[in-house]
Every structure is written in C-alpha cells, then in structure tokens.
Design a protein around this ligand. Structure first.
Ligand code: AMP
Length: 428
C-alpha cells in the first residue's frame, strides 16, 4: 500500500515524501481510512510503530478537507482536534509531528504542558489553533481558568492510555471528556489492553474499529541481549576488545552524540578498524557513501546517532552495540531490532555506565527482559551490581557473544495476526 492509496491531500503527501516515508506502517494502513470514515478507533500499539502519524495524518486531512466551522464564542478559529498525551516529552514529539506532516497545510497547532509558565501557552491559544496537544493536568488547569474552550472538538485522541492511568490522570481525563461536545470522534491508543483499559475504552468509545499491531518489543525475542557495566572512560577500550571477535563482522554502534560518533570512528581508525559515522552533521551524500561502504562490507563498523539511523536498511547486521544507552526505552527496542532481521539471529550489547542505570531499568521494564550482565571482561566497572541485584550473571571469556538464537515461530505468527476490525455503519 502507498500513501497515495489513502486519498490524502497533496500538501500532506508532499510532506510525507519530504520525510522520506515511502509506505504507511501497518498501524497507519489500518487506522487512517477508518478515522477518515468517521469511526472511533481502539488501537493497541506502542511508540515506534508509527502511531503518531496514524492519528496525525487523518486529523490533518480532516482539517484541510472540511471547512473550518464558525466559532460563535470568539473571533478566532475553534479547536477542532484535541490530543491528550501523558508526558511533556511525548506531547512535544506529537507537536513536532504535526509541524512536520502539516507544514504545507494551513493547519495551526500548539502544545501545552505543565511545569512551565502558562503565559506563552495561553497566548498561543488566544491566537487560535485547529489542533491542541496537551497533557491532562495543564489542560484541566487552563480549562478551569476559562482559557481553553474544547466545545467544538471534532476529533479527540487519547494517546498512551495505559500510561495515563498509571500516572493517575483518570480524574482529569474524565473531566476533559465531560466538556467535549456530544458529537465527536474518539481515537484511543494504548500499548497494553488490561481490563481497566478496556473498561475505560468501553465508556468513551462508540462501537470502535479495533486495531492491533505487533508490540514493538517482539524483535528482541530473537536477539541475544547483554549488558556490560563499564566506567564511561573505558567504553572505547571495551568496544575495541569486543571487536576482537571475528564473528562481529557487521557492527552497528549507537552513540548518543554526533561528536561521540566521530570520536569512536577516529579511535577505531587508529587500530585499523574501518568505521564510518552517520549523523545529522554529515551531508546526505556523505551518509549515503558511509551506508554503502557498510552494506558492502568494506566498513566493518557503522556508528550512528538515533536520528540518522532511521534510513539504515541493512539486513545482516551481526551486532548492535549501544555505546550509550538511550533515555527512551522504545529507542532501545528499535536499535536492537536492526539485528536479528529477516529470520536471522543477532546480538545486542549495551554499555551501561553508572549514570545510565535508570535507563537500563526502563529498558528492562518495557522489554520485560533482564539483560544478561557480562562481568568477566577487563573493563568491568567497580560499581557493577552484585549477582543478587542483577539476578543471573554470565561468565564472559573475551570477544563478543555469538548469535545462538533462532526465530521464534510464534513471533512470525503474531506479526501476521489479522486485523480484528469491527465494522459499523458510518456516523454522520
Ligand atoms: P511513532 O511510533 O509515531 O513514535 O513513530 C516512530 C518513528 O517512525 C518516528 O521516527 C516516525 O518519524 C517514523 N515513521 C512514522 N511513520 C513512518 C513511515 N510511514 N515510514 C517511515 N518512518 C515512519
């Protein structure tokens, strides 16, 4: 399927082409049409599946294809779409997505969240927006002050509903919903579908179309994952030590910063390991050359930042090495999904310095996996957790652990899981 098949307006298609998106992701394929057709949606999907565009694109389409209604309560445009997000970071990312996908449209949006002064947010609201992205607490606060009017909302999105409940936002959410007009369409997304979530969905959705995609954490099943507790200053030496293993023949290293990526490449060059870096400071040409050298096997190591890694489409990566742990656990799942592709097995090695321990905990929580700690290497940090803290530990005898896994047949089946769509008559 192509985006063109979804009847999206030209300005939206143009933005998608500039983003480099060639085809909709599975959740986008499933969600966009029902949303355009006016159905409520109950989506089971995690971050990383393309879920933001799955609701942002049909919202933008609605904004460009139907005339803005007259706002009897003010001279500015009314809020036509409201997106609730649990955290300020996520709200910001959603706002960025509207900026990117909507840049050739006349749609205006703003993001409001707590923890900062409300003045700028209130000014943006006073100037009028079509789409409002908000965290529940700040929205309720501004509504209580009479500074936000959501009585003309046509589309309401509740994103990451499970996290909303965990964070205790249910009261605010109910108060917000009570102020929405009776005729509105609701899109409800949650990574998990507990009884509590389904009960909430049941009270706010009207015969929804159900959509599911494979959880983002599944690629990890065929990837062997290890963690190395190491002092920051020893990370480079540990990397070089791990590269003594000849089975680590196509290695993707993730660095948090562009400068870090360049430094790794320089240091590996000194010991005659051909490494290339791709990051935002490199021209498109330089990135493509680096990628080609890596694909062809002429560069054994590719060092990437997360942003630049989006375009990496290489099937036979033997090892992913997280030189720095990402602060978003979903990013970890994306990174390690680069190895173990197309049914092959893979190895993911993560370096964890003292200050990265909280990131590791988050990763282990969302992947529901305890990463195997490798302590038997020359650079094990003095502060590595004890075996009781870490649970099972593995002896490590030099070089990188080898791939052993095989594809879990259940995983392939799960990814094929058919849509459970419950069709209903289109609402006006
Ligand atoms: P999300 O799950 O919304 O956080 O999206 C995860 C990542 O996938 C983001 O970096 C998006 O920019 C990217 N993305 C979303 N849709 C597509 C697509 N159709 N093609 C390529 N990348 C996409």
């Amino acid at each position: 399927m192509k985006f063109e098949d979804l009847n999206l307006a030209e300005p939206i298609l143009k933005a998608l082409a500039e983003e480099g998106y060639t085809a909709p992701t599975p959740i986008q394929q499933q969600a966009i049409q029902p949303v355009l057709d006016g159905y409520d949606v109950l989506g089971c999907a995690q971050t990383g599946t393309g879920k933001t565009a799955a609701f942002a694109l049909p919202i933008l389409q609605r904004m460009v294809s139907t005339p803005r209604p007259y706002n009897p309560r003010g001279k500015h445009r009314p809020i036509r779409a409201l997106v609730l997000s649990p955290t300020r970071e996520l709200a910001g990312q959603i706002g960025d997505s509207f900026t990117r996908y909507g840049r050739f449209t006349k749609c205006k949006h703003t993001v409001i969240f707590g923890g900062v002064s409300q003045n700028r947010q209130v000014n943006a609201l006073r100037n009028g927006v079509d789409v409002l992205v908000a965290t529940p607490g700040r929205l309720q606060d501004l509504m209580d002050q009479g500074l936000v009017d959501i009585s003309m909302v046509e589309l309401f999105v509740l994103d990451e509903a499970d996290r909303m409940l965990d964070m205790g936002f249910i009261g605010s959410i109910r108060k917000v919903i009570a102020k929405l007009p009776p005729q509105h369409q609701t899109l409800f997304f949650s990574a998990t579908m507990s009884k509590e979530i389904l009960a909430l969905a049941d009270t706010i959705l009207n015969e929804p179309v159900r959509i599911e995609t494979a959880p983002v954490s599944t690629p990890a099943e065929k990837v062997e994952q290890h963690v190395f507790f190491v002092d920051k200053g020893d990370k480079q030496a540990l990397l070089e030590h791990l590269l003594l293993d000849v089975t680590a023949d196509k290695v993707l290293v993730f660095s948090r910063t562009k400068h870090g990526a360049d430094r790794i490449v320089r240091m590996l060059g000194k010991i005659k390991i051909h490494a290339e870096a791709i990051h935002a400071n490199k021209s498109q040409n330089a990135r493509q050359t680096a990628l080609k050298l890596f694909k062809d096997g002429r560069a054994r190591v590719l060092v990437a930042t997360d942003i630049a890694s989006r375009g990496i489409d290489v099937d036979d990566i033997s090892h992913v090495i997280n030189f720095d742990l990402p602060n978003e656990p979903e990013t970890y799942v994306h990174r390690i999904g680069r190895t173990g592709r197309a049914g092959a097995s893979g190895v993911a090695l993560s370096f964890c310095a003292q200050d990265e321990r909280p990131y590791l905990r988050d990763i282990e929580r969302i992947t529901r996996t305890r990463l195997k700690a490798q302590t038997d290497h020359p650079f094990s940090s003095s502060g590595a957790p004890s075996s009781q803290e870490q649970g099972q530990q593995r002896q490590y005898h030099g070089g990188a652990p080898r791939p052993q896994g095989h594809q879990n047949p259940n995983q392939a089946r799960r990814q094929q899981k058919p849509l459970q769509q419950q069709q209903r008559k289109a609402q006006p």
